[in-house]
Design a protein around this ligand. Structure first.
Ligand code: ATP
Length: 221
């Protein structure tokens, strides 16, 4: 599903933040990405989503060398990815329904299909009864569920989550990680950057570890 081949990333003002990283993540796997603050976790996810471009090396996503993808093709590539962030990144002047519908509207789905899919996604995250609420009227855990519903509404083959439980207490964190495990159990490839070593250990999935931009532990033991 995902292959890094000797990938490096340099920011002009921070130097090399990813250094010669290689690994293969098979389709249908779920992995945690760990490492100290500043190790390069977010940068790795940004390279996969083409939010940033690698400086060297090759990244292959779903059979496509993304280094060759033009700016114009990026939105199509991103549809293969469900992106989830620590700070939810919801639109606070739109309802839960409208937040989740957004990717489908951008992709040009017909009105009836939008309703069907949004309700399907909200059902999966347990928020079907809150579609008319605004995000401010939801708890942090519920807001993150909206973010997850929005990420999976167009059924991407892969989920990338960057510290998705960073703002949540342990119990809510466990519930959110449980949702990712459910998506993985139906075949979605999942990569989650997280600091929460206790929860990662409890979940029992393979762990990748970055240390100062180097991958010191890969996803395949
Ligand atoms: N857009 C950018 N421009 C310049 N430097 C950056 C940029 N983004 C990240 N960096 C630097 O790259 C390094 C790696 O950052 P990154 O966010 O990938 O680490 P991280 O492992 O996700 O850290 P954290 O756990 O604190 O989020 C840091 O030194 C950071 O300051």
């Amino acid at each position: 599903m995902l292959q890094f081949n000797r990938v490096s990333k340099r920011y002009s003002d921070a130097g090399e933040v990813l250094n010669d990283v290689s690994f293969t993540l098979e389709r249908g796997k779920m992995v945690f990405l760990t490492g100290h603050s500043g190790a390069g976790k977010s940068t790795m996810l940004k390279l996969i989503a083409l939010i940033e471009r690698s400086t060297r090396g090759q990244i292959v996503l779903d059979g496509k060398n993304i280094g060759r993808v033009s700016e114009r093709e990026i939105p199509y590539l991103r549809r293969k990815l469900g992106l989830i962030f620590q700070d939810y990144r919801l639109l606070y002047d739109r309802t839960v329904f409208d937040n989740v519908a957004l990717p489908l509207i951008v992709a040009g789905y017909a009105h009836r299909e939008v309703g069907r899919r949004v309700r399907g996604a909200l059902d999966k995250v347990g928020l079907l009864n809150k579609e008319r609420r605004y995000p401010m009227a939801l708890s942090g855990g519920e807001q993150q569920r909206v973010g997850i519903a929005r990420a999976i509404v167009n059924k991407p083959p892969m989920i990338l989550a960057d510290e998705p439980t960073g703002n949540l207490d342990p119990e809510l964190s466990r519930e959110i990680m449980g949702l990712f495990a459910e998506f993985n159990s139906v075949g979605v490839t999942v990569m989650i950057a997280s600091h929460d070593l206790a929860l990662i250990e409890e979940m029992g999935y393979p762990v990748m570890r970055l240390d100062h931009g180097r991958l010191v532990q890969g996803p395949n033991p």
